[in-house]
Design a protein. Sequence first.
Length: 81
Amino acid sequence: MGKKVKKKQRIRKRAGKKKKRKKKPYVVSKFYKIENGKLVRLRKFCPVCGPGVFLAEHSDRWACGRCGYTEWKTVKATAVT
Ligand SMILES: [Zn+2]
């Protein structure tokens, strides 16, 4: 009796199909809007990092991804001790 030959693992070759992860480019123009020739900012700037750093808008707050600053949309944010 000869040695049992291991079953060859099937290697599925994807014919030229490569899944590429689509990277979302950081689009700054998304944060601006031109209305009647005027530049309107759609996003808030971070008061800690200064102008140029936008706050990410969430459903209930704005948050800075750089310093962690969070601004709540609700009024209770003002009552921070
Ligand atoms: Zn910040």
